[in-house]
Design a protein around this ligand. Structure first.
Ligand code: ASP
Length: 307
């Protein structure tokens, strides 16, 4: 058994590890851990308390994947619900679909009785208000948001606004591999912007036969390279987890233009080996690791790799 979760996973890491050690299915353990991260207001990049988009709203994204059935469930740009990861799981279990976004995802969430929440907390509202007062003036403010979002969104990216996600990948007692992710995405992103987090194959992928991978950071990069799926596919083709991640980093070197920044790639294989690298990282990125027989998840440092 193994669990890898990123730094933001701290409110849920030990719960997931305990559930795995008690023999619970990996997906149940992952969902329980992510729910704790989503509800924890200290985590400013996931669930309730996450950063707002450019309109001052908190839009949430999440995904799960069962690496044994290869079923997935994902939701994007969902507002007003506490646990997007559980809505994603319900998409997988209750619909003949894999991915719902926006209004349709919210209709589905209401139908299944998903818990609602006011996700825009005072710190996010005040930060957005302060930005708005200073950045949008005169007639632009009178006509907001029709006065235009593009230049504002571009400026936020240049300012390197905060972002973050939580990702959990695990192999359970029966050897089954699963993944889960959840995020509020980039602060002051364009409304409707999806990063890699809800996109299966980009921000996460799990296959019990080979392993799992999940990314945090500039999701646009993982979308362009299909990173999580690539890592698992490289393992299928015989690469070690170490080499599979190295190959996915190599793929990123071919990108030209667009948004290029920091991205962390997490991966496990079907023999409980793992690899986590912080592409363009500054040496401060960390993650949590738990393996069979250990009492708690321990905090580890990612290896920084320049692009
Ligand atoms: N990957 C997330 C996204 O692109 C953000 C992050 O992990 O920093 O929305």
């Amino acid at each position: 058994m193994i669990l890898v979760t990123n730094g933001e996973g701290y409110p849920g890491a030990d719960t997931t590890a305990r559930l795995l050690s008690e023999g619970h299915p990996g997906l149940d353990a992952i969902e329980a851990g992510i729910r704790l991260v989503e509800a924890d207001e200290r985590v400013r990049t996931v669930g309730r308390g996450g950063w707002a988009n450019i309109l001052g709203e908190v839009e949430l994204d999440a995904a799960v994947m069962d690496g044994t059935s290869l079923r997935t469930g994902a939701v994007g740009a969902v507002m007003g619900f506490l646990h997007p990861v559980s809505i994603a799981r319900a998409v997988m279990e209750r619909l003949p679909h894999e991915f719902l976004v926006g209004r349709g995802a919210e209709m589905f969430a209401r139908e299944i009785g998903a818990e609602t929440a006011e996700n825009v907390l005072p710190h996010a509202r005040e930060a957005w208000q302060a930005w708005f007062e200073q950045a949008v003036r005169g007639t632009a403010r009178e006509h907001w948001p029709e006065s235009g979002l593009i230049e504002h969104v571009r400026a936020q990216v240049q300012a390197d606004r905060p972002a973050g996600t939580t990702v959990f990948i695990a192999r359970d007692q029966r050897g089954k591999i699963a993944s889960g992710t959840s995020t509020s995405g980039w602060q002051w992103k364009h409304p409707g912007r999806l990063g890699d987090t809800p996109i299966i194959g980009a921000g996460s992928y799990a296959d019990t036969r080979y392993g799992a991978s999940a990314c945090t950071g500039v999701g646009e990069m993982a979308i362009r390279c299909g990173t999580a799926r690539s890592v698992v596919l490289y393992m299928k083709k015989g690469a070690s987890v170490h080499d599979a991640v190295a190959e996915a980093v190599e793929d990123m070197r071919a990108m030209r233009g667009g948004l290029i920044g920091r991205i962390t790639i997490h991966a496990i294989d079907n023999r409980d080996r793992h690899r986590v690298v912080a592409v363009n990282g500054d040496g401060r990125n960390d993650y949590f690791l738990w393996r069979d027989g250990e009492s708690r998840a321990t905090r580890e440092r990612c290896e920084p790799i320049p692009l």
